[in-house]
Design a protein around this ligand. Structure first.
Ligand SMILES: O=P(O)(O)OC[C@H]1O[C@H](OP(=O)(O)OP(=O)(O)O)[C@H](O)[C@@H]1O
Ligand SMILES: O=c1cc[nH]c(=O)[nH]1
Ligand SMILES: [Mg+2]
Length: 214
């Protein structure tokens, strides 16, 4: 598992501002920070993909390099992942894309919830490199249910799961349910609270990015 804030970098600033109650309610800044974190994680993930030799013709001569052997499929889980996903799309700008409307339904009296899933637009995933992108990995239910739904579009050759902030409980659930997934997270936080929010976390990522919902 790759944990970005295991090393100090400018990414600490973006994560800190997303968490900071004196900054996070500037929703444009919150979305921008989420996008920049997405770009950085996408860059780290890009180092682990497959490349093949290539040459490009400059005005003066041929230059040798190595380029991606294939474009990934980027999967955004509405709502909160949109700015985070945009960061990935900024770098993997030739990728295919999929969109899932998945959210945590109303919490029951015991605070548990089911994942509601109403929308799925997806190309074939057969044999492809798929990146499942969601900023918050709390219980892991959204990601697991999303992945299970995606399998109707084919079996990816490689599955990468990217989150801005992850709880240990969610990470364990993903590793149990989807052992083949490679995990890349901005930060691994302490725990979930009784309402299954990540502690210290940042609050509700979708609401901070786009406002509340009924
Ligand atoms: O790991 P889990 O326990 O499934 O929680 C994580 C999910 O919860 C949040 O979505 P939410 O249901 O708040 O919808 P939103 O993105 O529209 O805010 C967040 O954006 C993740 O998708
Ligand atoms: O802490 C959390 C957990 C789930 N979803 C969020 O937006 N935040
Ligand atoms: Mg939310």
């Amino acid at each position: 598992m790759f944990i970005l804030n295991a090393q100090n970098s400018i990414a600490n600033q973006f994560l800190a501002e997303m968490r900071d109650i004196t900054v996070q309610n500037d929703s444009m800044r919150f979305r921008k920070n989420m996008e920049r974190l997405g770009e950085i994680l996408a860059y780290e993930i890009s180092k682990t993909l497959d490349y093949q030799p290539a040459t490009v013709q400059t005005p003066l001569a041929e230059a040798s390099t190595a380029l991606l052997t294939e474009q990934p499929v980027l999967v955004a889980i509405l709502r909160a992942s949109l700015p985070f996903y945009q960061g990935f799309l900024n770098l993997f700008d030739q990728s295919e894309n999929a969109f899932i409307g998945a959210y945590r339904g109303k919490h029951r009296a015991d605070e548990t919830f089911d994942i509601q899933m109403d929308y799925l637009a997806c190309p074939s995933l057969e044999g492809k490199t798929v990146m499942l992108i969601d900023p918050m990995l709390a219980t892991g239910k959204s990601l697991v249910k999303s992945y299970q739904a995606l399998l109707q579009y084919g079996k990816p050759a490689k599955l990468i799961i990217a989150a801005a902030i992850a709880a240990p409980e969610g990470l364990a659930y993903i590793q149990e349910q989807i052992p083949e997934a490679s995990l890349f997270v901005g930060a691994k936080d302490e725990r979930l609270n009784e309402k299954f929010y990540i502690i210290p976390g940042l609050g509700d990522a979708g609401d901070l990015a786009y406002g509340g919902k009924l």
